[in-house]
Write a protein that binds this ligand. Structure first.
Ligand code: LLP
Length: 438
């Protein structure tokens, strides 16, 4: 469903835009987002939930890629939005995202963040712990506000994924454990708060998950919990939020399901396990991030130097690296790439793609089959739409790249490239030191 193809000139084209022209217009490194593919993914979720017949909200997890244009697009597609900080909230509000469809996450929301969200009229807080519960009640009471909450629970399900990004197991910094009674106690306390409306519970079992079993097991455990609070505390969950985590294909061998298959699996499990607990089935909310934007993103780099170590390895360096994509260094994530200005040329050698940071760990791809790359060639790395721009840094004071949306032969800048003055915008040289320098 993506709009990428190789055109007659042998150049990669995305959304009808030739990447050599995008380089001429915007420079490199450049994040290119296939707008049609993002919209398609949003619609896959909405259509699959509509087909299930259950009430639902699809909240785009903006941590994957939070910029104002993306918030607008998510709103246009009828999604809700998950934010985890005042910065993501501010981005959404400035983009005019309807605040009643914004959900505020995080295990350590500050009093300032809570105030900002209540003042804005936030749709819902996902409460992580008892300290937050009492802080939220106190701030809401002081403002005379009533706020909707979900309680984040850990159902004790460990998804098969990289251990750094598993969050559903018992030993987790997030949420109330269902298994040891702390979630039950939290429901009891939350239901007693006069300024909080307890809508239900939230569970997120991990990220980049390929199987449905983990989600189905989480639904079963959450339903068992719902039954126990219904019986013991007479509390009904009107909403069950199952988080994000649906995987995508980064490289050959990755075998994610279709969005519709994930949705059918979880809605089916809800119908099975929640039957008869309350008079009606709960609304199902989900929070996909990666699967909305991941495969729609491509990063375009210009090849610079190379270093051949005969019999060992050839390093080919590009003009970005861990500053625009920290995932290989952080998680050993794998990516595929092509020479985008000579996309029909046959691969003739195995090379490893290095970034330009002053650090040996700054490698983007190991052992990639490529035609012999010359300085000035363009390298396109696929599937960089999620957790790339949003995790980019200014390490080595490298400027963060621009982001463009492409569709129907048109490109629109949605984030401009940082300037040298952006790099020092927050620097202050105290006068005492400035004087010494003279
Ligand atoms: N909801 C909650 C509560 C989450 O913690 C996350 C991701 C999501 C939704 C969205 O999950 P997704 O659909 O994107 O898998 N930086 C890592 C990923 C960290 C994910 C953290 N939480 C990476 O680059 O792979």
């Amino acid at each position: 469903h993506g709009t990428s193809r190789i055109n007659d000139a042998g150049h990669l084209e995305i959304g009808g835009c030739d990447v050599t022209e995008l380089k001429a217009d915007y420079g490199t490194p450049l994040y290119i987002m296939d707008e049609q593919l993002v919209r398609h993914r949003c619609r896959e979720y909405v259509d699959a939930f509509t087909a299930s017949g259950l009430g639902f909200q699809v909240a785009y997890a903006s941590k994957a890629f939070s910029v104002m244009a993306m918030c607008r697009l998510a709103d246009e597609e009828g999604l809700s939005l998950d934010v985890v900080s005042d910065g993501e909230l501010y981005t959404a509000l400035q983009a005019g995202f309807p605040v009643e469809r914004i959900h505020f996450h995080g295990n350590n929301k500050t009093p300032d963040e809570i105030e900002m969200a209540i003042d804005a009229g936030i749709g819902c807080f996902v409460v992580d712990n008892l300290v937050e519960l009492s802080l939220l009640q106190a701030i809401a009471a002081q403002k005379g506000a009533t706020v909707n909450i979900l309680l984040r629970v850990t159902p004790g399900v460990e998804a098969h994924t990289h251990e750094y990004i598993s969050t559903g197991q018992t030993d987790s910094k997030f949420g109330f454990d269902i298994g040891n009674g702390s979630a039950y106690e939290a429901v009891k306390q939350a239901a007693a708060q006069s300024n909080l409306t307890l809508l239900g519970v939230h569970s997120h079992i991990g990220s980049q998950i390929f199987e449905t079993e983990g989600f189905q097991l989480a639904v079963e455990r959450v339903a068992g919990f719902a039954r126990s609070v219904k019986e013991g505390l007479a509390v009904d969950f009107r909403v069950v939020n199952l988080g994000g985590g649906f995987g995508i294909r980064y490289i050959e061998g990755d075998t994610p399901l279709q969005v519709s298959e994930y949705v059918a699996a979880i809605t089916g499990a809800v119908k099975t396990y929640f039957a008869g607990i309350s008079s009606s089935l709960p609304e199902i909310w989900v929070e996909p991030g990666r699967s909305i934007v991941g495969d729609a993103g491509t990063t375009l780099y210009t090849v610079g130097t190379h270093k051949n170590i005969p019999g060992v390895r050839k390093y080919v360096a590009v003009d970005g690296g861990m500053t625009d994509n920290p995932r290989p260094a952080l998680y050993e994530s794998k990516y595929e790439a092509i020479l985008a200005n000579r996309a029909n040329d046959a691969a003739t050698e195995k090379v490893s793609i290095a970034g330009k940071c002053c650090e040996s760990g700054d490698m983007l791809i190991w052992d990639l089959d490529l035609p012999e790359a010359e300085s000035g060639d363009l390298l396109a790395v696929a599937c960089t739409g999620a957790y790339n721009y949003s995790m980019a840094s200014n390490y080595n004071r490298i400027r963060r790249p621009a982001v463009v949306f492409v569709q129907n032969g048109r490109s629109d800048l949605v984030v401009r490239r940082e300037s040298h003055s952006d790099i020092i915008a927050n620097d202050i040289v105290p006068e005492r030191i400035a004087k010494q320098a003279i």
